[in-house]
Ligand binder design. Structure first.
Ligand code: AMP
Length: 512
């Protein structure tokens, strides 16, 4: 396919607000495409590069190049040239990248140049395009749209399904059925600010413990058990306990979704780091298993007795799970509904936290399993921890944040009146905050060393974080997980900032 055709259709799609017209335009485009074109055409239409980021910014694109008078570039040609630009490394790479980009731009017409500029700078990004492309593909190939959507969900890739559909027609969709032994991307959760909000949104729902371990998808076919991570890596060999547990179950063809955790002698969960360390160690599995034995806790069933359950409501999937998996291996849950639902859910959350788990996941009872999606029917609720910390230093930002002091070094008070650094964050800041903190921190600067500006420890900032983890890099032996700025606390002095001691006391799960 010629790039000029794609550039033209892209513009037409952007110019119309009617969804049906967008679908018709894409269907026509796909009908004229080769199967090998679509894996490039689809991301280009959405304003993305199949290669991900290539780091070709305005600097390389800025120079005007005389456009070609006639279109000759094909999309595959462009894709190959851009791959080549991305592959240039080493000394003189900038000049070489510039040369290759110059050649590409010279081969493009004016309209194509404009399209490429938009694509490479991310300016033509169209977020909702993939959903429209699914409909367009269905229309172009005569496949039912719902079947295409499901195939994309199971393949975890629109491009893969598109290529197969164009090459083989609707029959290709048979290759993307849920198959025991072939992992699918797990369903993900959105965040809700409180259980009350979650219950309010979902109505009748299950409130489940949120366990802080490693997500696992377990497949069993006969005596063959396979375990996959959330990114579909096969970790079967690292978790012999799970294979043993799966072989105990009364069924020999199923897919279960769950979390692997480790419990201490009192039945309380061990820290995420210990579990991650255990799951990550592949050399001496037997020794690792003896030191940190793990157990699976399942919360969903995707397939039982070879029957695909994905489209069933959660209630029915859970009934299948309960038939197969005995209670201790299922996640603890409460069913709530009606006006008292919120209060019952609050109580369950409080009990869950008291047992040492990180929060709850609230799930709609009537929702199907949306593989690979952050569905609105699963809402996670974790108590947000906040701390008032002191800014010890800040790093100059880059990209959009060039010229701004961005990454903050955060400290808590210590017993001797000094500050111990707990970690860094550049998250949660608004543009106004960035401007403000750059000015304020510049006033407080005492030393500049490369990109790090050390400041007088006077500014207090409220930080939200998800938990603590052990760290050898920081003096208190711990660091914050997912720290982000909430706001500056100019009303507080550094002497009122939180201390390392109170922080450690608040997280016995890490210090135990
Ligand atoms: P997060 O990683 O914070 O986005 O939270 C979602 C993750 O929580 C899932 O990917 C699971 O690994 C984990 N999780 C723990 N308990 C549950 C549960 N009961 N239901 C669903 N996910 C859970």
């Amino acid at each position: 396919m010629l790039l000029s055709r794609l550039a033209h259709v892209s513009q037409e799609v952007a110019a119309t607000s009617a969804r049906s017209r967008k679908i018709a335009l894409l269907a026509e485009l796909f009908r004229g495409a080769d199967a090998d074109d679509v894996p490039i055409v689809i991301p280009y239409l959405a304003g993305r590069l199949p290669q991900g980021r290539l780091g070709i910014g305005w600097k390389l694109l800025g120079r005007p190049v005389t456009p070609a008078s006639e279109p000759s570039l094909t999309v595959r040609d462009v894709d190959a040239r851009l791959t080549a630009v991305g592959a240039v490394t080493g000394t003189g790479s900038q000049a070489e990248r510039g040369r290759l980009m110059g050649e590409l731009m010279a081969a493009a017409t004016g309209a194509e140049q404009a399209f490429l500029r938009g694509l490479l700078t991310g300016e033509v990004r169209q977020g909702a395009l993939d959903a429209v492309a699914v409909e367009g593909l269905a229309e172009a190939t005569g496949a039912p749209p719902a079947d295409v959507r499901r195939a994309v969900m199971l393949a975890g890739s629109l491009r893969t399904v598109a290529r197969a559909l164009l090459a083989q027609g609707p029959a290709a969709l048979d290759d993307f059925r849920l198959t025991v032994g072939r992992p699918v991307l797990p369903m993900l959760a959105h965040t809700a600010a409180s259980v009350a909000e979650a219950v309010d949104k979902l109505g009748a729902c299950a409130v489940e413990e949120k366990l802080d371990g490693i997500r696992v998808q377990l497949h069993r076919v006969g005596d063959d058990v396979r375990i996959y991570t959330r990114t579909l890596d096969d970790i079967t060999d690292r978790l012999p306990e799970l294979t043993a547990a799966a072989l105990e179950l009364k069924g020999d063809r199923f897919i279960l979704d769950g979390e692997v955790i480790a419990l201490d002698g009192d039945g309380r969960p061990r820290s995420f780091q210990e579990i991650a360390g255990r799951v990550g160690s592949r050399v001496d599995v037997a020794t690792a298993a003896a030191a940190v034995p793990v157990s699976p806790v399942f919360f969903d069933a995707l397939s039982v007795d070879g029957r695909d359950l994905l489209d069933l409501p959660f209630t029915e999937r859970h009934a299948e799970l309960a038939r197969l998996v005995p209670e201790p291996m299922r996640v603890r849950r409460a069913l709530v509904s009606g006006p008292d639902g919120g209060a019952a859910a609050e109580k369950f959350l409080a009990d869950t936290l008291a047992r040492g788990h990180e929060g709850v996941v609230v799930k709609a009872l009537d929702a199907p399993y949306s593989a690979g999606r952050r569905g609105a029917s699963w809402l996670k609720v974790k108590p947000v921890h906040t701390l008032d910390l002191v800014v010890l230093a800040a790093e100059w930002g880059h990209g959009r944040r060039t010229g701004k002091l961005s990454n903050l070094h955060l400290g808590a008070r210590t017993a001797d009146g000094s500050f111990a650094m707990l970690g860094k964050t550049f998250k949660g800041m608004t543009d106004a905050m960035l401007t403000w903190q750059t000015e304020r921190l510049t006033e407080l600067a005492v030393e500049e060393n490369g990109y790090v500006v050390t400041v007088r420890p006077e500014l207090v900032v409220e930080i939200a974080y998800d938990g603590l983890q052990k760290s050898t890099r920081y003096p208190a032996g711990v660091t914050l997980r997912f720290a982000r700025v909430v706001r500056y606390r100019e009303d507080k002095t550094p002497a009122e900032a939180d201390t390392v001691e109170t922080l450690l006391a608040a997280h016995p799960e890490v210090t135990r």
